[in-house]
Write a protein that binds this ligand. Structure first.
Ligand code: ZN
Length: 149
């Protein structure tokens, strides 16, 4: 179990140091700003949609390692997905990070996003991990800003 934990930490560190899709999409179809006042994480998310599919996803902003890694992996996860499947991922991710630590959950549909399952044990970090997901959820609903509060 501790090996797995280390691996998970490595994945999160890698994405926080070298965030993927860290750029702006010019003429994005959707743009949404997410803010987590508890930690100060702030990001702007860009989406390109075509025929109900997320063609491209990117973000910019400043935040802690967990929020940056989560945004990096979120953009990778939703890219190429149908909008309803991206929403499903949001729901599964949200369930995983807000379940109580001793609750049995099935997060297998989340693939490598399961690395964030550990934040359940650290309530203060749950919002860091879920900020990018709240922001993509807002963007898909045409909202231009969201806050974890
Ligand atoms: Zn944070």
């Amino acid at each position: 179990m501790s090996d797995l934990r280390e691996l998970y930490q490595e994945v999160i560190l890698d994405h926080s140091r070298k965030p993927r899709n860290f750029r702006k999409i010019e003429d994005a179809d959707r743009m949404s700003v997410g803010y987590n006042p508890l930690c100060g994480d702030r990001l702007t998310l860009f989406l390109d949609l075509e025929d109900g599919v997320v063609k491209d996803a990117s973000f910019q902003g400043v935040g802690c390692a967990i929020s940056t890694a989560s945004a990096s992996m979120m953009t990778e996860a939703v890219k190429g997905k149908r909008v309803e499947d991206a929403e499903k991922l949001f729901e599964q991710f949200h369930e995983m990070v807000t379940a109580s630590p001793d609750e049995e959950i099935d997060a297998s549909g989340l693939g490598k996003l399961q690395v964030f399952g550990g934040v359940r044990e650290f309530p203060a970090r749950v919002k860091c991990a879920s900020l990018a997901w709240h922001t993509v959820h807002a963007a898909l609903h045409g909202q231009e800003e969201t806050s974890t509060e």
